[in-house]
Design a protein around this ligand. Structure first.
Ligand code: AMO
Length: 433
């Protein structure tokens, strides 16, 4: 098979329209469905853009082609040359009458998982065979939507004049607190997989004003829940000359922008997943106000964190709304969050559709205060020397946030488990594939 020629000739199935009726075309894809009626063979081929029926007619189709169509297995990779024809019976309204049919990758049988749209295979098994699970339209839809989130995040940030940064994945000291680190061997030194790009994005904002990243974080938490991963992706943002309200406003706008894009660009994917999405509004509440609301509703709130139950209640009370819970108790926020009075802080969380999707706040940019805050949190300022020094030479007040990509994907699509929103999840038990 001349793959270079094929790539020049190949047509995406989703691009086939009435204008192509009667024309010759080359299509590639995977075999989604086979119906063999003896004298008629119907094969449904699916590529990333759509699906089309290939119809073999014993009396008319080339004998070799017809035979090959009878030997192929489901999910095999194939290439078909043929003539496009209008058809009232084929789903999608068109079929292709093949003049050549070639299997480029035969799928062994039986398939280890059910790849149909109505697959009943349980998630762990699907994840064991993620490469095959990705033949499924519903799985593809999730990652097409995630792709829109990624692209539109970058598009929005470029318009804001923010600069995309790539940060180290290995760090010398904790960036979020002393625990939950994955140690790595780094020559003779102690090192860790990055918990976040927190310290780096702050240093950057203090010189280039607005910075953003799509960053992988590693959290060594031992729990295995439906909303936590040990390796997760964050959309990070940091801005100089800003407090928490400035960056909450940016967060509200970027989430609205991304969701609007998904609604515009992924209507078919949303339909396939049965999701009706609305561009959310925003609401601002202090932590104390939230506690009062929860008390009235007889819902438990933690002393310095929101319970899962209270996050759900916020969604009930303010549906389709990003709720910014600000003035967060100081004890519940990391060392880098600016205190506000004795017990409160310039930190916030954003709750959307019943789940925390973001945390952020104004940062401590005063070296002496930072040293004090590190000590309060039981950390050794010596481990943070360069970070602290970065605020000694003209560091402006600054603020930012981290938005969980998988959490956002999960909540907007109403997925039951965050692992549905990661191609290859890393959790307490899973390290392959
Ligand atoms: P935080 O640790 O709260 O803050 O993370 C920010 C957001 O990232 C997502 N997230 C996770 N998603 C899945 N599994 C996990 N284990 C996980 N941990 C975090 C969540 C969360 O709201 N540096 C700060 C952010 C900042 O202040 O800029 C940070 O990492 O959606």
């Amino acid at each position: 098979m001349d793959l270079q020629k094929l790539n020049k000739e190949r047509k995406y199935i989703g691009d086939i329209t009435a204008k192509d009726d009667g024309k010759k075309a080359a299509i590639v894809g995977w075999l989604y469905d086979i119906r063999d009626l003896g004298k008629l063979r119907f094969l449904v081929i699916r590529d990333i853009s759509g699906e089309i029926q290939v119809t073999g007619i014993k009396a008319e189709t080339d004998t070799k082609v017809f035979e090959a169509m009878g030997k192929v297995t489901r999910e095999s990779a194939v290439v078909v040359y043929g003539t496009i024809k209008k058809s009232d019976k084929a789903s999608g309204g068109r079929e292709i009458l093949p003049s050549s049919f070639e299997v480029l990758g035969l799928a062994e049988q039986p398939l280890p998982i059910d790849t149909s749209d109505f697959s009943k295979t349980e998630l762990p098994k699907r994840l064991d065979y993620r490469f095959l699970d990705l033949h499924r339209r519903k799985t593809q839809a999730i990652f097409k939507i995630q792709n829109t989130l990624l692209q539109s995040y970058r598009e929005f940030m470029a318009k804001e004049r923010a600069i995309e940064a790539i940060f180290p994945a290995v760090i010398g000291s904790s960036s979020e607190g002393g625990t939950e680190l994955f140690p790595v061997k780094y020559f003779e030194k102690k090192a860790f997989l990055s918990q976040s790009c927190q310290l780096y994005k702050q240093m950057l904002a203090c010189s280039i004003e607005k910075v953003f990243a799509v960053f992988t974080v590693w959290r060594a938490e031992k729990h295995n829940t439906i909303r936590h991963l040990n390796e997760a992706r964050q959309f990070d943002y940091e801005q100089a000359f800003a407090d928490e309200f400035v960056v909450m406003e940016v967060l509200g706008r970027v989430v609205q922008f991304m969701i609007k894009k998904v609604i515009e660009d992924n209507s078919k994917d949303l339909e396939l997943l049965g999701v009706k999405l609305k561009v959310p509004g925003v609401k601002y509440l202090t932590f104390a106000e939230t506690a009062v609301i929860m008390k009235k509703n007889k819902v438990h709130v933690g002393a310095d964190d929101l319970s899962g139950e209270s996050e759900k209640k916020l969604d009930e009370l303010y549906p389709d709304t990003i709720v910014f819970v600000h003035d967060w108790p100081l004890s519940g926020k990391p060392f880098y969050i600016m205190p506000k009075g004795k017990d409160s802080s310039c930190g916030f969380d954003a709750i959307y559709k019943g789940m925390e999707i973001t945390s952020g706040g104004q940062r401590v940019h005063i070296p002496e205060l930072l040293i004090e805050r590190l000590k309060v949190k039981g950390l050794n300022p010596k481990d943070f020397e360069k970070y602290i020094d970065s605020f000694r030479y003209g560091a402006p007040p600054h603020a930012g946030w981290g938005l969980g990509l998988e959490r956002l994907t999960m909540v907007i699509l109403g997925l039951d488990n965050i692992r549905e929103a990661v191609l290859f999840p890393r959790d307490r038990d899973r390290l392959t594939p």
